[in-house]
Structures are given as structure tokens and as C-alpha cells.
Design a protein around this ligand. Structure first.
Ligand code: TYD
Length: 208
């Protein structure tokens, strides 16, 4: 773990994938886990929202089976994230200290971008204090129109899966990525309209 002179640690083997709904974060996170595993390292595949009680409650809200106002939802994401990072046994920080690499499908930048739209960027930063940051952050850059085409074949649209919202989210992602870079993450922007294999190869090139 590399300590920074300010705020929070940068976790060397914590890898985060970010992008709009439909950008391909889940597929790319899975592929990276397979590659790291093949290279002989212990590695976990995580995602946010998590499968913990708060994460499952968030999933209900996203799937229209529950309701929360925007600020409460932003706080739920922040609470889910804190326990994801700091749970003494299963948290990312604990596993990282035990030599386990963690690839995560979405993290803090998702809150900064999505809840940045609904609650304001600064408010989301306040809600998410003192969190470690990944040394490597992969942003899959995909135009909103392509994301919407990809989402077309899936089940019912979730809470944020609408054109106007995704357009705004994409613009706030710029500030989110800048914030992460200022906190010590190296941000890799990848053209997510390439094939799955091409995107994965590009990710692997950055890891070499
Ligand atoms: P995701 O897991 O990518 O969707 P799917 O269920 O299709 O695999 O993410 C769920 C949704 O939650 C997505 O619209 C992004 C949103 N989200 C936030 O708004 N804030 C957050 O902090 C996180 C982690 C996700």
C-alpha cells in the first residue's frame, strides 16, 4: 500500500471499472479477474452496490421495488461502500492487506457521477469521506446512444437508465475522474466501443 501525504491511501492492487450503464464494466471486470488469476495471484471480483444488506436494499430501489429520496439513496450508496471497504474481515482493505487483489465493478466515481447529478458533487464528496482510492481506474468511454442500444435487450429499465439522466451523468463523470486523479488514482480512459477482446487487451497493456 502506497501512503499519500494527504487524505486516504492508494491501494495498489485494487482495480476499478467505471462507465455508464451499458458501458461494459461487468464484462471487463470479469475478464480482468480471469487474467490476474491465470497469472497466479489471489484475486476477488467485487461490485457496488454490494450483495450486503444495504446493497440489496439499493438494488430494490434501483429496480423500482422500493423507494428513497435522492439524498437518502446517496447515503445508502456511501454506507454500502464504507462497509465494503472497511469491514474488518471481508472488507477490501483487509483483503488487500492479506495479499488479495480486488477488481471492482463500480466504486466511488459512480456516486460522484450519478449522485453528483441528483445531489450535487460536493455533497457526494462529503457523504463519502476518508475512502481509499484504487491505484488504477479504468473508465470505459461509450456514447450514451450506444449504451442505450446495449440496454435495449435487457429487462425493465432501472432507475438511472434513461437518456437525459445518462447524458448528465457522463458530463459529471469528467469531474469525478479528475477528483480521483487528484486523490492519487491513475485514470485510464478506454474507448469502450471497441470489441470486448480489444478493450480487455488495452486494459492488460496498462497493467504490464
Ligand atoms: P450496475 O451494477 O452497473 O448495473 P446492473 O445492475 O445493470 O449490473 O449499477 C447499478 C446502478 O447503480 C447503475 O445505474 C449505476 C448506479 N450507481 C449509482 O448511482 N451510484 C453508485 O455509487 C453506484 C456504485 C452505482
Amino acid at each position: 500500500m502506497i501512503k499519500k501525504p494527504y487524505n486516504c491511501p492508494v491501494l495498489e492492487h485494487f482495480y476499478v471499472f467505471e462507465g455508464l450503464d451499458g458501458a461494459g464494466t461487468t464484462t471487463q471486470a470479469q475478464l480482468l479477474v480471469q487474467t490476474i488469476h491465470r497469472d497466479g495471484h489471489a484475486v476477488d471480483l467485487d461490485h457496488e452496490p454490494t450483495d450486503g444488506p444495504v446493497g440489496l436494499h439499493i438494488r430494490d430501489i434501483l429496480g423500482h421495488r422500493g423507494h428513497a429520496d435522492h439524498h437518502s439513496l446517496a447515503l445508502l450508496f456511501a454506507a454500502d461502500r464504507r462497509s465494503h471497504m472497511y469491514d474488518p474481515d471481508r472488507g477490501v482493505v483487509a483483503r488487500h492487506e492479506n495479499g488479495v487483489r480486488v477488481v471492482c465493478d463500480r466504486y466511488l466515481p459512480s456516486s460522484l457521477a450519478y449522485q453528483g447529478v441528483t445531489c450535487g458533487f460536493e455533497q457526494v464528496i462529503r457523504f463519502n469521506g476518508d475512502l481509499p482510492v484504487p491505484m488504477r481506474l479504468f473508465f470505459l468511454d461509450v456514447p450514451v446512444s450506444v449504451c442505450l442500444d446495449r440496454l435495449e435487450g435487457r429487462n425493465e429499465r432501472e432507475l438511472f437508465e434513461h437518456e437525459t439522466f445518462l447524458v448528465e451523468t457522463l458530463s459529471v463523470y469528467e469531474a469525478a475522474l479528475e477528483h480521483m486523479a487528484a486523490q492519487g488514482s491513475t485514470v485510464y480512459r478506454i474507448d469502450g466501443t471497441q470489441t470486448v477482446e480489444e478493450v480487455h487487451r488495452e486494459v492488460c497493456r496498462y497493467l504490464d
